[in-house]
Ligand binder design. Structure first.
Ligand SMILES: O=C(O)CCC(=O)C(=O)O
Ligand SMILES: [Fe+2]
Length: 339
């Protein structure tokens, strides 16, 4: 079935003069969260050069031999490297990509490559993560206000100085494809999914297109297959943000966690076939934090439980998919990642 597209755009929100404009910014963020679930941030304080530095670091990581990257393999702690191993319940097929997940806390013990293997990478990445954290915290204050919580409510439950923090920076690398060789049906660079964090901040590189979203939970079929999609073209220096399942539930479903995917290029006339690099920053709570929306729509749940439940749901959906697909498990290693 051909994909249906609508050429609506996502709201663009500027963070300039944050302190004096906070009420206006809050209104814009809340409106975006209640409708599209996606928005693009500009004037956020991270320069294009700083973003490029992290992309260059990520490219250095991915250019290492697989045997070296395999010394920091993806694990149940939601850190580390995988290649062609993430199967989305929406597709039942592995994403055509490799990714490396970094964290601030104890989950990252032993998961950095040595200085000899990748000089300066850890310092660069942690420095960049801290800059993205600061932008995230500005958004958290606004969303807390929007929901009638104290200003520091979300910030204190996403405290990256505590070892219990689950926040992730995921570097992604989608492989270049040969336009003359058609990709078999059903494969995506990243299959349709909603993120299950509080809030995702995504960095893309100009020209490396492919991201598509299904705004505002308009989706009516499971995992977004067959609905109307909107392309989000990369723009230099912009951060594309989306609400995750955690903030949807923490807001009693007022803010929308939206399905998105990265399409496999199929049409040489319009699609980009080169390599795509992206950086996704997933704001995840401290394991011991207490989660409940202002209307108490859902029972109280702790930070670690929310993550565990999300992983379990993904596994269950994957199992159902495998049963209906008769997926050949022997051909690929199964990995459930957190996003
Ligand atoms: O690479 C992208 O643009 C999207 C990645 C993504 O959605 C994810 O990793 O959750
Ligand atoms: Fe995502």
């Amino acid at each position: 079935m051909a994909t249906k597209y609508s050429d609506r755009s996502i709201p663009k929100i500027s963070l300039h003069d944050y302190e004096t404009r906070i009420d206006e910014i809050t209104r814009e963020l809340v409106a975006a969260a209640e409708t599209d679930g996606f928005f693009a941030l500009v004037n956020h304080g991270i320069s294009f050069e700083e973003i490029e530095e992290q992309f260059e670091a990520a490219a250095r990581f991915f250019s290492l031999p697989d045997e070296v990257k395999a010394t920091v393999p993806f694990s149940h702690k939601n850190t580390g490297w995988e290649k062609g191993a993430q199967i989305r319940p929406s597709t039942g097929k592995p994403d055509q990509k490799e990714s490396y997940q970094m964290q601030f806390g104890e989950a990252m013990d032993g998961m950095w490559l040595s200085e000899e293997a990748l000089p300066g990478f850890k310092k660069q990445s942690l420095g960049f993560m801290m800059k993205v954290q600061k932008v995230s915290e500005k958004l958290m204050v606004c969303f807390a206000r929007g929901l009638g919580f104290p200003d520091d409510y979300f910030v204190k439950y996403h405290d990256v100085t505590k070892p219990t923090i689950q926040t992730v920076l995921r570097a992604l690398h989608y492989f270049p494809l040969d336009p003359t060789v058609p990709t078999p049906e059903g494969y995506f660079r990243a299959g349709a999914h909603a993120d299950w964090d509080l809030l995702t901040l995504l960095f893309q590189r100009p020209g490396q297109s492919g991201l598509e979203i299904c705004p505002g939970r308009e989706v009516f079929t499971a995992f977004g297959a067959g609905d109307t999609w909107t392309k989000v073209e990369p723009a230099a220096g912009e951060i594309v943000c989306n609400i995750g399942d955690l903030l949807m539930s923490w807001s009693d479903d007022r803010f929308k966690s939206t399905f998105h995917r990265v399409k496999t290029p199929t049409d040489p006339a319009v699609d980009y076939f080169g390599p795509r690099y992206s950086l996704a920053y997933f704001n995840q709570p401290n394991t011991d934090c207490i989660i409940q929306g202002p209307l108490k729509k859902y029972p109280v749940i702790q930070g670690w439980e929310f993550t565990a439940a999300a992983m379990k749901r993904n596994f269950a959906a994957l199992e159902a998919r495998k049963a209906s697909n008769k997926l050949e498990e022997s051909k690929v290693g199964l990995v459930a990642t957190a996003f």
